[in-house]
Design a binder for this molecule. Sequence first.
Ligand code: ADP
Ligand code: MG
Length: 329
Amino acid sequence: MAATSDVLEFRDYRMGFRDDELVHDLIDGMSFGVPTGGVLGVVGESGCGKSMTALSVMRLLPSAAVVQGGEILFNGENLLARSEAQMGEIRGRDIAMVFQEPMTSLNPVHAVGRQIEEVLRIHRSGMSAEERRNATIELLRQVGIANPQNRYTQYPHQLSGGMRQRVMIAIAVACRPQLLLADEPTTALDGTIQAQVLALMQNLKEQTRGSIMLITHNLGIVVETCDQVVIMYAGRIVERGTVERIFDHAAHPYTRGLLASLPSLAGDTGELHSIPGSVPSVADFERGCRFAPRCELRREYCAREVPPMTALSPEHAVACWVTGGGRSE
Ligand SMILES: Nc1ncnc2c1ncn2[C@@H]1O[C@H](COP(=O)(O)OP(=O)(O)O)[C@@H](O)[C@H]1O
Ligand SMILES: [Mg+2]
């Protein structure tokens, strides 16, 4: 059970996709919390269900998706039980999301200033047009955009990728949300800009005393940015812990594989490892441990039986029959 200080808490959450009469489970009994005022990293390869996790919080899942059970608590209240109208108030005001691809999320036919103002128009109806304009220019300045008065009237195509992502962040933090969901916010950006955008989010979090769920496929980003990490494989949490524990004592073969594929940790040989194979599609998941087909340590029962989450220390848990124990034979 997560601490009461978690701003967001998944409890045994399950969702899947409709396929004719069947529903294939993607997220299968997921439980974890985002600590209030902290940054939680959610890490996994492409196809693991990270975006569906974030979209579940926003209640913006694609139409083929089916929520099958569990709860997603925001300040102790189940978002899954909220009406569409209530969600409309929460989205953008209390919980905001930054997407991977800023170009597809910004509207190409409106100036960026207007797109930031739109959030204020919806959620801060008491503001005058002039107050909104001033607040927007201040937001552009806060996200590190020079000449905000000029940028205000520009269109997305007139900005660089890094600048567009800053505008997306300005939109997301316009109402000082308690929780920011950042879905691969820097994946489309190159190295130095990546670091700047991450530092910016960190900085804004401290100013607004908010919390962040940072989704990434890159464990390297997590070291710099996060307090705690959950490692996700094919819709399940396979390991969770503090950043220190995960980096120094990774227990799950999947986590170890992700670490071995980090350039900076490849060691003197400079040899990069990658985990053989790829994440299967939902219809092909194993009944037991979903990582079993790619796992070097697998035993014959692994693919049949789901390994329980086992605590290795107060701040570290793993779901693996081999490295987590829990099977007596
Ligand atoms: N419309 C859909 N129908 C069936 N399965 C889907 C659909 N959309 C996504 N999926 C499943 O969800 C998985 C991707 O989840 P996603 O949250 O986008 O992963 P990630 O963000 O970690 O890359 C896909 O691998 C696929 O199995
Ligand atoms: Mg994704």
